[in-house]
Design a protein around this ligand. Structure first.
Ligand code: ASP
Length: 432
């Protein structure tokens, strides 16, 4: 049985169990807390390894230059639009209204009276080890960016440490996959404990949170991406969505942009007419750097958390949510659950209770499915955009398709896609 089916079963059984029990049952709550701890355990190192490897890859001289700048520029502005769409949907639907929880004593509400100057100073760690020990994600991000810069400056001599961090990233990705295998049980426990403790009233906000994400992601896909294709590139969006359909199905079922990468590459090359070098560069980089769906999830989750704890967000805090959601979406790995792992980055930067994660983790896999589809389609649009601007788009293939009799569907739907990150890495390495 596929993991996402098991997660759904876990979710429904958890809700049913919570309704019957009508209280939090300690051993079950323990399983949920262990699941959350496992996710939190990964955050600091995942951010560090993903940012260092991502930045060092971008700064390969061959990949920089016009195509690199154009691609990164596209990634950044499309992600900022996605965050705007997410915030818009959240302020329209108010997913967290109707639930009022008291702010946990451990919460550092510093963010609510955050001064811009203090905020800027607090971005820079005086001691990186302390930043890791305290889980101060913004400081970890700053340190990671500077460290990557140091590796680049060291040239040949920096290669060894880069390789070590690259294999650290691979190990952490695999560990995240392993942790996500535990997701059905974690989700069951989290739902059973939240529904048991809070009753049915917790269901409606969570459903509204999911609705918010599905509406925002579909808006980003159908309106924003279509407008980019139509207005900037003078292309019909229909062949784009048709050409990417195999990648869409795979992304939805695996919740992993990395696992979808080989199929997305095939779709872009064979069905959208994007040149090999451009599709290789843009899609490989995009699968870890460009995450429109994750950015939407982070923005909506932050508003949800603020609303359930009755915390009024200032203008500056919304700015911090936008900035950190962008950074967190860039730092998120293309694997299941990456978005929820990065949520602590945004919540702690704004000073919102991290306990919000426990509530959202129960439904995260359902959000992740549409999020991953949005992520890979965002990468696809970026590849078409760069190819068209560089005059490397075969519009005959884009408009009329290409059939060599091979069915991509044979590669779809297998659970092996979720676990074989080494195969994905090989494929990624090959196209690079
Ligand atoms: N799982 C997503 C991806 O692989 C990211 C997310 O969690 O939103 O693209």
């Amino acid at each position: 049985m596929k993991v996402w089916v098991k997660v759904l079963i876990g979710l429904f059984l958890g809700v049913g169990f919570g309704l019957i029990a009508q209280q939090e049952i300690a051993p079950i709550a323990m399983v949920g807390k262990i699941f959350i701890n496992l996710l939190k355990m990964l955050v600091g190192l995942v951010i560090f390894a993903s940012i260092v490897t991502g930045v060092c890859q971008i700064n390969d001289p061959k990949k920089l230059g016009r195509i690199g700048v154009r691609t990164l520029f596209f990634f950044v502005w499309s992600t900022v639009i996605a965050i705007g769409v997410g915030l818009g949907a959240a302020y329209l639907i108010h997913p967290g209204q109707g639930l009022s929880l008291s702010v946990p004593a451990t919460t550092n509400l510093q963010g609510s009276n955050l001064e811009l100057i203090d905020f800027c100073i607090s971005l820079v760690p005086s001691n990186p080890f302390l930043a890791f020990a305290q889980g101060n994600v913004l400081q970890i991000i700053t340190f990671s960016l500077l460290f990557a810069y140091g590796i680049m400056l060291a040239g040949e001599r920096g290669k060894k440490i880069y390789e070590i961090i690259e294999s650290l990233a691979a190990a952490l990705h695999n560990l995240t996959y392993t942790v996500m295998k535990f997701a059905p049980y974690g989700v069951f426990a989290l739902m059973a404990s939240s529904v048991g403790a809070m009753g049915i009233k917790v269901i409606v906000p969570l459903l509204k949170f999911l609705l918010c994400n599905y509406i925002a992601c579909l808006f980003q896909i159908l309106v924003v991406f279509s407008l980019i294709l139509r207005l900037f590139l003078k292309l019909s969006p229909v062949p784009f969505f048709k050409g990417m359909k195999e990648a869409i199905a795979l992304a939805f079922s695996t919740s992993s942009s990395s696992a979808t990468l080989p199929v997305a590459l095939k779709c872009a090359r064979e069905q959208l007419g994007v040149a090999e070098d451009i599709s290789g560069f843009v899609l490989s980089l995009g699968s870890t750097v460009n995450m429109n769906g994750a950015a939407i999830g982070l923005a909506t989750a932050s508003i949800f958390t603020a609303e359930i704890y009755g915390i009024q967000l200032s203008f500056l805090q919304i700015g911090v949510i936008t900035f950190t959601s962008l950074i967190a979406a860039i730092g998120a790995a293309g694997i299941p659950g990456a978005g929820i792992v990065m949520l602590s980055v945004v919540l702690s930067a704004v000073g919102l209770p991290l306990e919000g994660i426990a509530l959202l983790a129960g439904v995260d896999r359902i959000r992740d499915m549409i999020s991953t589809v949005t992520n890979i389609l965002g990468d696809g649009v970026a590849a078409v955009y760069v190819a068209k601007k560089e005059k490397h788009l075969d519009e005959e293939i884009y408009n009329y398709g290409y059939s060599n009799g091979e069915s991509l569907s044979a590669e779809i739907g297998g659970e092996h896609h979720e676990c074989h990150s080494s195969a994905v890495a090989q494929e990624t390495g090959r196209v690079r």
